[in-house]
Design a protein around this ligand. Structure first.
Ligand SMILES: C[S@@+](CC[C@H](N)C(=O)[O-])C[C@H]1O[C@@H](n2cnc3c(N)ncnc32)[C@H](O)[C@@H]1O
Length: 226
């Protein structure tokens, strides 16, 4: 009698995310129980769908762009960008990488179909010596990463380091769900105030976002180093 090992552990379950403009459906594995990096957060869907909208206006918007995702969780934004033709490095804490890699693998054929590529690397915010900084990126994306105070300074350091190129500064798209607690609002205001000291900030109006994937609780910003 033979025993076939299941291809995915049974504490995982898939979520399907449609990329409408290229008629592809990403299969993203989430954990039934786990840390914040084991589920798809709404802010990542808002950002992924905004990238789709940008590709609707300009079909080669992401083609060949070097994209870096920070605090990626399961990598929804990065995987969407890769499926739309970008060369993507998806980053998070080391413990998040196995699930990101599983999701890259699961969606490999879709990612490659428009010339895109995705890889996963560890990047801990504030680590100034990461090899990630040896590369240059055209676009940085991050969703729902401002949720605990110790990380704010570290995340700002990372954004500064990624924007230090003299040749071409990357554009940064950031989404954040503004949750209804005083602590979360205070954290967001603190982050925003510090961010505005060195980045120019453009708030993308809701009407320019995907009609089904936008929310008054989720802010979408376009940033560039001043
Ligand atoms: C709320 S989750 C958002 C995940 C994903 N972007 C999404 O929206 O679905 C925050 C993410 O930030 C990552 N993170 C938290 N602190 C970090 C740090 N110091 N360095 C790198 N990543 C970090 C977590 O592992 C987690 O994946």
């Amino acid at each position: 009698m033979s025993y076939k090992k299941p291809s995915h552990p049974n504490d995982l379950f898939p979520r399907e995310i449609e990329i409408e403009i290229c008629l592809k459906t990403l299969k993203i594995y989430q954990k039934i129980e786990g840390d914040v990096n084991c589920v798809v957060w709404d802010a990542s869907l808002v950002l992924a769908k905004y990238l789709e909208i940008m590709c609707q206006y300009k079909s080669d918007f992401l083609s060949g762009l070097r994209v870096l995702e920070l605090g990626a969780g399961l990598g929804v934004v990065g995987l969407t960008a890769a499926t739309l033709g970008a060369q993507v490095t998806i980053t998070d804490l080391p413990e998040a990488l196995p699930l990101i890699r599983l999701n890259i693998n699961e969606n490999k054929s879709k990612i490659g179909s428009m010339g895109g590529y995705a890889t996963a690397e560890s990047l801990i915010w504030g680590d100034q010596y990461s090899e990630i900084f040896n590369e240059e990126y055209d676009l940085i994306v991050l969703a729902d990463c401002i949720y605990y105070e110790e990380a704010i300074e570290q995340l700002l350091i990372t954004l500064q380091l990624l924007s230090r190129s003299l040749k071409k500064k990357p554009v940064i798209y950031l989404t954040q769900e503004i949750r209804d607690s005083e602590i979360q609002k205070r954290l967001w205001n603190l982050f925003y105030e510090k961010l505005s000291e060195s980045f120019s900030i453009e708030k993308i109006p809701e009407e320019e976002q995907h009609s089904n994937y936008r929310s008054e609780d989720i802010v979408l910003l376009r940033l560039e180093k001043k």
